[in-house]
Every structure is written in C-alpha cells, then in structure tokens.
Design a protein around this ligand. Structure first.
Ligand SMILES: Cc1ncc(COP(=O)(O)O)c(C=O)c1O
Length: 399
C-alpha cells in the first residue's frame, strides 16, 4: 500500500487485535478468504437492482455472486427456496431491520420490541433510532425476578396493543428463546413474528441454539457476529400469499439503499460456505461451552450474572450489584470503570446496562462478555476459566 499513514494505522490495529483478549460479544475474526473477497475488484461495480433486473450493464458475474450468496444462506439454515426468500443486500443490521419495518409496518404503526435497557437493540423501536421516530415502539422487558422473558406478560401486552410486528432476538440477553411460545404470543396479538438473530445466527447455523425458522415470518441477522462473516446483514422472509418478501425487497432497494456492496455480498457467500462446514459446527458448540465455563468461573468467584448464567456466547455481569461489595469483595464497580480497568490489562469488553438498571446508560451497572472471537482463536474451556480468574483479579484489585 502506498498510503503510508493508513498502512501504519492498519498495522497498528492488526497488532492491537492480536494482542488483546477480545470479549466483545458482537465481534469475531474473519478468515483470510473473507478478507480477500472484501478487498477484491468487486468493490468497483455498481449493481442497483436484483439478479436479472439491474439498472446498469456488466452485471452478469455479479448476478452469479448474489444468487450464490442467496443459495448458500438458505441452505445453511435448512430452508427451501420455495418457502423462503433471502435478501443479501442490506449493508448492515440496522438498515436490515429498518428495511423490514419500511416494508411491512405502515408509517406510525406499532413495533413491539424489547426495550434497550432490558437487552433489546436500538433498531427494535428505541426513540433515538429512526425505528422509534417513524414507528411507535411498544416496549417490553424481562421478569424482574428471573431476568428472563415472561411469555404470559408478552401475550398480554401484545393482545392489548396489537402491534404490526413483534421483534424478538436481542443484543444483551444470554438465554435461549422459546420460539413456539413466541409464535403463540404473535398469533394471539395477530402480529408478524420477526426474529433478529444477529447475535446467535452462528450458533443456529452450527446447531448450538434453537432455530427460529420453523416459527418466524421474518428473520434478520447481521453476518459479522457469531456467524463470523464480513459486516453485512441478511433478511429472510417466508414466501406465501402475504408476499412479505416482495415488500421487503422493495424496501431494501429502491426504498432505502442504492447500489449493493458486491464485494461484501461475495464475502458473505464465503462466510456462509465456511459456516456450513463440520469445523464450524464444532466451533459453535465450543463457543457455548466456553461461555458456560467463563460464567461458572465468575459466578464461583461471587459475581452476579444476569439470569444466573448463559445458554449462548454472551454473559452479562452485574459489576455494580447495587454498590454492595459481598464478603469476597465482588460488586461495587460501575460498568464503565470495570471495562476501563479490564482494557488497561488487555481484556476488551463493553460496559452494558443490566435489566432494571439503577445507573445511567453512559455508566451502567454491568459489562457484557462474549466468547465468539476468542473461540475463533482456538481457546477452550480451561482458557476461559483462566480469563475468568484474571477478570476477577483485575476487578478486585485495590486501586
Ligand atoms: C440484535 C442486533 N440487531 C441489530 C444490530 C445492528 O447491527 P449493525 O451494527 O450492523 O447495524 C445489532 C448490533 O449490535 C444487534 O445486536
């Protein structure tokens, strides 16, 4: 690369990534093949439209790439092209969710989504997101005692509010979701069932988390978290008389986006092929085993975990625990300070609100940990137990 400034900065970031222990739950490390596709000449091409229906010439090869990405996406999740459609053009997760609402929720209509401070994502209708400005969020949360979903409460809210869609699938919820019960909630409320599986898509692909596809009408996912692909997103929708997929395709293009990023679509295709391998199945199982090992270690050291543990790649730790230090000295550290202390020692996490947080969002009560990235680097349960001990030691050290 001739641009020395950028070259140096890329090298520095590469070195940082190599050195750090990365516990950011939404990050991962892609393969060289994914990077190669991302950095290819495909970035030069404009391809507004869809395969066979482009607004520019020269798209014969691009059509093949997009169709291959679609085929691989459906195959990976065991879906037949007669029953499901997939749009592989969303630039990322937030535009994908916005495209779904643009397609199937009338302006000002209701989106029932988990509140941000309970574990939902901004694009599930939060007021600072466009999804909360153009549509109306009906927020829901967790049961305060169990810190898990209360499906009866959800049904009650759904039946009262009758939202156009109910979104499930979260950004900071460590448990599996009972999809059959969620379907029942959606049917009772006469709402579309939308699942945002961004966080656990790789686990679904690898058989380590229940698949929402037998139940959902629409499934969105980012491709760069547990799925270990480039930054992008997919929207799956059921092909039936409601023709949701046609409305969603129109919302992606020309509704919200122009030319798709063809290099990104090719890189997604590469990642989808990798995710279909037996090695990826093992990886997904290991991600969950590692998270359980880390959770056990932290719990054993006296840290309060939201919902008591995890079924996924993700753990939410209440580092503040109402400011009370227990007999072993755990607790009493705000999330911001906890994440800063860990970063100084090379462990990268993010501060995170916990359900029913009493502290402000900028300095919440907890931290979120994830095992997807370090599992890609080959770490096993014993490594994560060591990481747990190190986290405990750093957070308890006198400062
Ligand atoms: C559940 C969920 N949906 C959507 C997104 C948005 O993805 P992006 O950052 O690619 O816009 C995220 C990102 O963290 C997420 O966790």
């Amino acid at each position: 690369m001739k641009d020395i400034q950028i070259k140096k900065l890329i090298s520095a970031e590469k070195a940082r990534q190599k050195k750090a222990i990365n516990l950011i739950a939404s990050e991962n490390y892609v393969s060289k093949d994914v990077l190669e596709a991302l950095g290819s000449e495909l970035t030069n091409k404009y391809a507004e439209g869809y395969p066979g229906k482009r607004y520019y010439g020269g798209n014969e090869i691009v059509d093949k790439i997009e169709r291959l990405a679609q085929e691989r996406a459906l195959k990976l999740f065991g879906l037949s092209p007669e029953e499901w459609h997939v749009n592989v053009q969303p630039l990322s997760g937030s535009p994908a969710n916005t495209a779904v609402y643009t397609g199937v929720v009338p302006p000002g209509g209701k989106i029932m989504g988990m509140a941000l401070d309970q574990g939902g994502h901004l694009t599930h209708g939060h007021k600072v997101s466009a999804t909360g400005k153009f549509w109306q969020q009906v927020p829901y949360g967790l049961d305060q005692t169990t810190e898990t979903l209360n499906y009866d409460q959800l049904r009650e809210t759904g039946m009262k509010e009758k939202p156009a869609v109910i979104v499930s699938g979260f950004t900071a919820y460590p448990r599996t979701i009972d999809w059959a019960r969620m379907k029942d909630v959606c049917e009772s409320a006469e709402s579309l069932m939308m699942v945002d599986m961004s966080h656990f898509a790789g686990l679904v692909a690898g058989g380590a988390y229940p698949s929402p596809f037998p139940f959902a009408d629409i499934v969105t996912t980012t491709t760069h978290k547990t799925l270990r692909g480039p930054r992008a997103a997919l929207i799956f929708s059921r092909k039936d008389s409601r023709e949701l997929w046609k409305k969603i395709d129109k919302a992606v293009f020309p509704g919200l986006q122009g030319g798709p990023h063809v290099n990104q679509i090719a890189a997604v295709a590469v990642a989808l092929k990798e995710a279909a391998s037996p090695a990826f199945k093992k990886y997904a199982a290991q991600v969950v085993k590692n998270a359980k090992a880390l959770a056990e270690e932290l719990h054993g050291k006296g840290w309060r975990l939201i919902s008591g543990g995890t079924d996924t790649h993700l753990i939410l730790v209440d580092t503040w625990d109402d400011g009370k230090k227990d007999s072993r000295g755990a607790g009493g550290i705000p999330g911001k300070e906890a994440s800063e202390r860990l970063e100084k020692r090379g462990i990268i996490v993010n501060k995170n609100a916990i359900p029913f947080d009493t502290r402000p969002p900028a300095d919440p009560s907890g931290i979120r940990l994830g095992t997807a990235a370090e599992t890609t680097r080959g770490k096993k349960e014993s490594d994560f137990r060591k990481i747990g001990k190190e986290i405990d030691r750093i957070l308890r050290a006198k400062v």
